[in-house]
Design a protein around this ligand. Sequence first.
Ligand SMILES: Nc1nc2c(ncn2[C@@H]2O[C@H](COP(=O)(O)OP(=O)(O)OP(=O)(O)O)[C@@H](O)[C@H]2O)c(=O)[nH]1
Length: 301
Amino acid sequence: MVALSELHTRVFHSLENQIAVIDCTGLIVDVNMAWREFGRHNGLAAPQDCVGSNYLQTLECAAETGDESATQALQGMRSVLCGHCPHYEFEYPCHSPHEQRWFIMRICPLYGAREQGYFVVTHLNITQRRLAENAVARMAELDPLTGLGNRRVFHQFLTRELRRCLRLQQPLGLLLLDLDHFKTYNDLHGHAAGDQCLQQVAQVLSEHARRPEDLAVRLGGDEFALAYGATSLAQLTQIAQSILRDIRALELLCRKGLCVSASIGMVSLVPDDDTTEGQLYERADQALYRAKAAGRDGLSV
Ligand SMILES: Nc1nc2c(ncn2[C@@H]2O[C@H](COP(=O)(O)OP(=O)(O)OP(=O)(O)O)[C@@H](O)[C@H]2O)c(=O)[nH]1
């Protein structure tokens, strides 16, 4: 039968968390196996040098080089060591040259030893959780069929670009695009082929939105929107004409002599303090209505 203290030591070294016990000056008095192993694999202090080094000083050196995570860890750690906070934890990136990694650091008093001034610092690798969260966040911004951004992203982008163009007094361009005869195409070829048609159109649109200040999204159904920062009406017209040409060139036949085409409403203006995202959208939508009414496969302002 293993003695209880021996059992506790074994548990300490079996845990996946990297654990260090420090005193109130930051001096490391003990570390577990995971802490030593992490140091060994990441070119940090030699395992035998962990105990006896000062964790606060290590963080101070890193913070002085501008390491934001070290600065934050340092502040949190000091607040616990001096008794201002009962415990502190925060998540931070710690990428290696080979992989992206995130950790959560926690510091709290050592159980039953607060008076003696001992504290436990733990680091836990949360990379799998963070990657899953990032993937979910990306999915929440994408239209699953076409891979373009969705309506939510569009609003965020437009709000940001509107502010930027107002500040720089540059024109902000917006195109609203609705496919023509798409229902007929769907009816003739089936829904799956209709989906492929939307994907082909999306490809054309993303080829026309390549700069960081451009965005192409699918608003829903056969409706798309494109926003262009710092783009005049003349430039916008050229882009819209090129899009119409490229969609025609797809030759998506929906009945004899009739192909899927697009109607585009556009607006470009230099925002003033009163310009809203809603006004911009409304103007492009009315222009789209005029393009449809004018016979489709065309554009209107
Ligand atoms: N395949 C497919 N069809 C869709 C999807 N979303 C909407 N639709 C169809 O898209 C069609 C859109 O209708 P309309 O805008 O009236 O079609 P349209 O023939 O282009 O009409 P006009 O704009 O007046 O030329 C409807 O038949 C919808 O069922 C989708 O994700 N996949």
